[in-house]
Write a protein of this length. Sequence first.
Length: 104
Amino acid sequence: MAIHTITSLDEYHKLAKSHDKIIIRFTEECNGPCKTIAPLYEKLSETHKDIFFLSVNVDKCKDVATEFKINSMPTYFAVKTRKIDKVLVGANFYGLTKLVASFK
């Protein structure tokens, strides 16, 4: 499944209503750690078809970043049935893999 890039808080809320399991990545284009871990996020989205993967560019979508109180990038949220289940801050390859795997 491809990673869906959201552009507004309204779009996020609509998608959250139609998907039970979501991983959200908050990223910045010029952030080195975000670039480093991006290929792993892409790979995980391809191998875990039962999870809906989202990406939010905090520079272009400040309303979503504000809603989730984002202070560091990358930050990942595991959302189950519209409730935050787990949070991972930083470019932690093992942590991201574990976060996605725990969503089964």
